[in-house]
Design a protein around this ligand. Structure first.
Ligand code: IPM
Ligand code: MG
Length: 402
């Protein structure tokens, strides 16, 4: 094919991508205010089971949350709703990453707790539809992916603010095969998108008494987009004179996170989407594995809480779904409680997860029949949260192991 033809059709393709992104920037400029959950009654919590081990760990998480919120449910302040249909079978049948009717139900909820959903990739037998996670983040404009990692006994207390709607993910399905040999993807970083995630990170640092925010990019190489992210960080930091900030490159950051001499230096970290995806898996592994880490996908209007791992289809194929560790989704549940105004309950659930998963370990899941079931583990967590001495047990943990 002549170059001219390739270039013309690429221009057209790029024009469409650009048009959509320009329109998106206009929408970002019109963004509304944060939802005030204290004025909402009932707060509707949607439960989405998902695929693979999802239904098993979701059921357990719902049981724990329904128990912790029993008074609020009785008084009508909170309502749980189970939403079916966000399964790979239904999504494949409708050829939609989130079927319309499921999306409408999700939008009737204030927050959702979502089990992992299978993400098809080319050649795995499912239609290559977009990831349900990525669609939901875009549809509900859940721009902040907040991922805490804590190992109190080692002084590790990190909160990652991963930008959740831009970067390689914004138009990840709209790349261009210019010729058989030349493939090009597009990376999107906007001023508005960067500002709101970086501001959320600084605001979180201020609210929780932290004094430093770390910005992670590769701005020395990816000069235009990461350069913008870093520039915006400089600007936002001026609004927070009491909080220091520093910039790190993603490569050395992956090394620093596993360097015991460095680990205590980090508190709140803000980073573009793909670096955030990768770095938070590493961070979760330091805490004990991706099965232990929860994630909040937060926008001004909606919020969705989920595990950071996938649906583990192999566990289901081998008949082991009931042995899945529900800690990740329970962590997400704790974050949800904090987000909708039940900070006390959320804090206790976090502490119970620390005690049960990192210290006492009286009930252990192994992912197979050599360990406890999701349900047995959930009951262990529940009895720990309800124990009036939970705060003392947590203090003891931090002092003994530390
Ligand atoms: C995550 C996951 C998703 C992502 C996948 C399932 C699309 O890895 O939540 O980190 O890449 O964001
Ligand atoms: Mg990931």
């Amino acid at each position: 094919m002549a170059y001219e033809q390739v270039i013309e059709s690429a221009k057209e393709h790029f024009g469409t991508v650009l048009q959509q992104q320009l329109e998106r920037v206009e929408m970002l400029k019109e963004e509304g205010d944060w939802t005030d959950y204290s004025s909402i009654s009932p707060i509707i919590i949607g439960m989405l089971g998902g695929d693979g081990i999802g239904p098993s760990i979701s059921a357990e998480t719902q049981a724990v949350l329904a128990y912790l919120l029993r008074d609020e449910v009785a008084s009508g302040k909170v309502e749980f709703r189970v939403i079916d249909g966000l399964t790979i079978e239904n999504r494949a049948e409708k050829l939609q990453s989130i079927p319309d009717d499921v999306l409408a139900e999700i939008k009737e909820c204030h927050v959702t707790l979502k089990g992992p959903t299978h993400t098809p990739e080319q050649g795995d037998g499912w239609p290559n539809i977009e990831s349900a996670n990525v669609s939901m983040r875009k549809e509900l404009d859940l721009f902040a992916n907040v991922r805490p990692v804590r190992i109190p006994s080692q002084g590790v207390d990190w909160t990652f603010f991963r930008e959740n709607t831009e970067d390689m993910y914004a138009v990840g399905s709209q790349g261009l095969n210019a010729t058989d040999d030349l493939a090009i993807d597009f990376r999107v970083i906007t001023s508005q998108g960067s500002e709101r995630i970086i501001d959320a990170a600084f605001a979180h640092a201020q609210r929780t008494g932290r004094d430093k925010v770390t910005i992670v990019t590769k701005a020395n190489v990816v000069k235009t987009t990461d350069g913008k992210f870093l520039d915006i960080a400089r600007k936002v930091s001026e609004r927070y004179p009491g909080i220091d900030w520093d910039g790190w490159y993603i490569d050395i950051m992956t090394a620093a996170l596993i360097n015991p001499a460095r680990q205590k230096d980090f508190q709140v970290l803000a980073l573009p989407n793909l670096y955030g995806d990768i770095l938070t898996d590493e961070a979760a592994q330091i805490q004990g594995g991706v099965g232990t880490a929860g994630s909040a996908n937060v926008g001004k209007r909606y919020a969705m809480f989920e595990a950071i791992h996938g649906s583990a289809p192999r566990m289901v194929q081998e008949g082991r779904a009931q042995y899945a560790d529900p800690s990740s989704l329970l962590r997400a549940g704790a974050m949800m409680l904090e987000h909708i105004g039940f900070e006390g309950l959320g804090g206790k659930l976090h502490k119970a997860l620390d005690i049960c998963g990192q210290y006492e370990r009286k009930v252990i899941t192994t992912g197979r029949n050599t360990g406890a079931t999701s349900q047995e583990y959930g009951q262990y967590i529940m009895s720990t949260v309800e124990d009036p001495t939970v705060e003392d047990r947590w203090q003891e943990y931090v002092e003994t192991v530390g």
